[in-house]
Design a protein around this ligand. Sequence first.
Ligand SMILES: *[C@@H]1O[C@H](CO)[C@@H](O)[C@H](O)[C@H]1NC(C)=O
Ligand SMILES: *[C@@H]1O[C@H](CO)[C@@H](O)[C@H](O)[C@H]1NC(C)=O
Ligand SMILES: *[C@@H]1O[C@H](CO)[C@@H](O)[C@H](O)[C@H]1NC(C)=O
Ligand SMILES: *[C@@H]1O[C@H](CO)[C@@H](O)[C@H](O)[C@H]1NC(C)=O
Ligand SMILES: *[C@@H]1O[C@H](CO)[C@@H](O)[C@H](O)[C@H]1NC(C)=O
Ligand SMILES: *[C@@H]1O[C@H](CO)[C@@H](O)[C@H](O)[C@H]1NC(C)=O
Ligand SMILES: *[C@@H]1O[C@H](CO)[C@@H](O)[C@H](O)[C@H]1NC(C)=O
Ligand SMILES: *[C@@H]1O[C@H](CO)[C@@H](O)[C@H](O)[C@H]1NC(C)=O
Length: 779
Amino acid sequence: MDRFPVRLILLCFISFCEQDVDIYSFHINSTVTSRYAITVITSRVANRLNSSKEIHFQVKIPKNAFISKFKLTTEGKTYDGVVKQKEEAQQQYSQAVSRGESAGMVSSVGRTLEDFKTSVTVAAFSKVTFELTYEELLKRRLGKYQLLINAQPMQPVADYKIDVYIQESPGISFLKVEGELATHELGSAQTTTIFDKEHMMVNFYPTREQQTMCKRCSENGLSGDLLIIYDVIRPKPSGELQASNGYFVHYFAPTDIQRIPKNVVFVIDKSGSMRGQKIIQTRLAMLKILGDLTGDDYFGLITFDSQVQDWKPELLQATERNLDEAKTFVNMIKARGGTDIDSAVLAGVEVINSHPRQGSASILILLTDGDPTAGETNPESIQASVKSAIQGKFPLYCLGFGFDVSFNFLEKMALENNGVARRIYEDSDADLQLQGFFEEIATPLLTDVQMNYVGAENVTQASFTQYYNGSEIVVAGQITDNSLETFQTEVIAISKHNNVTYQDSVSIIDFTDVLPEDENFIQRLWAYLTVKQLLDRQLTLSDHEKEMVRKKALYLSLKYKFVTPLTSMVVTKPQEEQTQVAHKPSEEESNDNPIQRPIQNPNTKTNTKCQFSLSPPAGGVRFIISAQPKPICYDMPADHKLRLLQDSSSNFSMNGELSSNGFNLIFLHYKTDHLMLSTKEIHYYDGQNMRQTGKKETVLSLNLLQNNQMDVTMGTVCVGVLRHEKDGDTFLWPVVKQPPSNITATDYQNSSTPTVQCWLVPFQFALQGELSDFKVLQL
Ligand SMILES: *[C@@H]1O[C@H](CO)[C@@H](O)[C@H](O)[C@H]1NC(C)=O
Ligand SMILES: *[C@@H]1O[C@H](CO)[C@@H](O)[C@H](O)[C@H]1NC(C)=O
Ligand SMILES: *[C@@H]1O[C@H](CO)[C@@H](O)[C@H](O)[C@H]1NC(C)=O
Ligand SMILES: *[C@@H]1O[C@H](CO)[C@@H](O)[C@H](O)[C@H]1NC(C)=O
Ligand SMILES: *[C@@H]1O[C@H](CO)[C@@H](O)[C@H](O)[C@H]1NC(C)=O
Ligand SMILES: *[C@@H]1O[C@H](CO)[C@@H](O)[C@H](O)[C@H]1NC(C)=O
Ligand SMILES: *[C@@H]1O[C@H](CO)[C@@H](O)[C@H](O)[C@H]1NC(C)=O
Ligand SMILES: *[C@@H]1O[C@H](CO)[C@@H](O)[C@H](O)[C@H]1NC(C)=O
């Protein structure tokens, strides 16, 4: 009779644990080909109940991306999302609403991400698969690209995978993984594989246990961002030109140029609404920004409320004395009064225009947190007078602080004057956002950049007022001249001292037979970039032209199935459920968007049970030297940078930084090549002179072995690197497998006097003392 109660308990246990709705598989697969990223999120869910149940699918995608596909598969049938003109989709949506169905619009805007969510009713004991695809061109900022992947499946998942595959043809200069999911405790879930310089892969496969036992997770699983950050090598100053199937793309980001001195004028809103944290953060940021100006820069400061206050009526050189004076002025900025944007910006333009300087780059920066309320308040009049004052001579950047600002107004004004508008989010890091923006434009390298392509049409923006270090110019287009065998580009620009010309050409490869149209990434990249730029342009145009531009953007959005502000995706669901419509929210909409607050996510609850404690205080690390008859060991204090191996005959060296249990950083240097290994990332620096691809010298080979092991061969030296985990700390341990040179000694301890390979070390190291300690005067 004993068996019965036991079984009963087991049954209870199972029904308690097993989720009614089981996400049994969650995959994110991102493929980046020359900065163009296509990401597919696939979620497979089972309804384990004996009745039908509404199942939700909710993910976050980067703001810059366009959704291009959505599929829902259940009971053997697939329902595809269809991209339609927004108005048409809206109509379907309204009909659904008028039938009393809650066909919720599907997105809201956050700082870097927007939401996509939908749901479907799934029959008893049935399964559903959701598949969402989105595309984006990664933008280079401050010398790097960043692929942002957000993952929050809402419950622990048995089969959880994030795969990122990156292919960059001249080669990847460094790659690292950051973000909330790239923590020590999840370290063993993540691997980076370097196939060669051009192909790398990042995998993140947390076990079910890891999904519940980390700082960022709870019984609802894992939630957070994974950031894949990298840059590419640029062997040619003329950039990287690719062409196939009648389309080309040109990436241009020369670095070997002298910086051009700036004339920068800051126009800063100090109206009443800036009071409090905003003005404090603005002062902080300005002090730092002023500190970063260089001696040959000139600068001006204008603050405004209902009145305009020039700090000095002219541009001043960024000398130490002038900067100190400016900092004193900045520290005294107080917030009060109205907002006369018009007079302030015009005063800024006047300062720049009245101090022309040969061989410099002028920049006007407006920071405001509100709508114009004093002086000229009509947005169109302000835009018109600012445009006619600047006359396209230099860019105007508009920073909108917070959500009380009319972002459309600022965006239009910036775009009309070759600049961009950026929102500064009211948050504890607002000063860093301001500094970050300034850093992006801090180093002008070229002005008046004109990119020319012979035999091409429908080319995206090809002239740029300024090019800044750390950024990248990307131009794509159609090759319409069919007789071309090679495709040529010419870039003309003004650098610090002279006019420069870059030329390049590429042979046209025709993959027509091999690649279906929608797999040609260059063509999709062209479409993506064209739509983005048309959408920006239509903001600055008036009625008739605007309509033409919108039509073009709509045509391309529909053709390439992009969900843009002009289109929406209609998702028709099984069994006469309501139709849902996904649309792309604009930055401005977030202004009055009631769903501004992040959606309550059960995952963000912290589970104190799982709180993680660091390893015990470090006493030092014990090293072992193999020796006969017993190994020798010694202790080394932690937190030191150590030389582990040096061989001057082959110019190889290995250094390591010791943490509490082992090494957290290992550097391998071989001639001009440098490899950095940490528990999370591998950086590869290819010296100063970038190597031409194709004739790859086999200086470096990386082999990812199983069980957290990797072999690195540089020159003739081979080092195995093991990754260990102890007390929740992940660390590395190098093992020299192939020593640098061939040094031998005769072993006279053995009667047969064999010759053995050995390490040659300074005798002080081996004897733990100076020679004098061992010398005697008399035997
Ligand atoms: C990811 O997507 C690419 C492109 O569609 C495909 O080739 C690859 O097999 C996928 N990888 C995985 C792990 O599903
Ligand atoms: C569903 O299962 C519950 C117990 O789990 C049971 O009480 C109920 O009768 C079942 N319903 C159907 C329709 O089978
Ligand atoms: C541009 O940035 C690179 C690093 O990304 C740096 O090495 C170089 O010195 C910078 N150039 C100038 C002119 O500041
Ligand atoms: C590309 O250019 C050709 C020729 O100027 C034009 O007929 C065509 O409409 C353009 N295509 C797009 C998508 O703009
Ligand atoms: C650069 O080119 C412009 C015309 O594009 C010309 O006016 C200017 O004199 C040239 N400057 C130098 C230094 O050659
Ligand atoms: C090592 O480096 C030195 C100086 O950088 C150089 O002169 C020497 O030729 C190098 N040796 C080898 C073997 O590359
Ligand atoms: C080192 O010398 C030994 C014997 O002298 C030889 O067998 C071995 O191949 C040498 N290794 C290298 C890397 O030169
Ligand atoms: C002595 O050298 C021989 C030949 O290399 C080897 O086989 C033997 O094990 C050595 N004996 C000792 C005690 O190390």
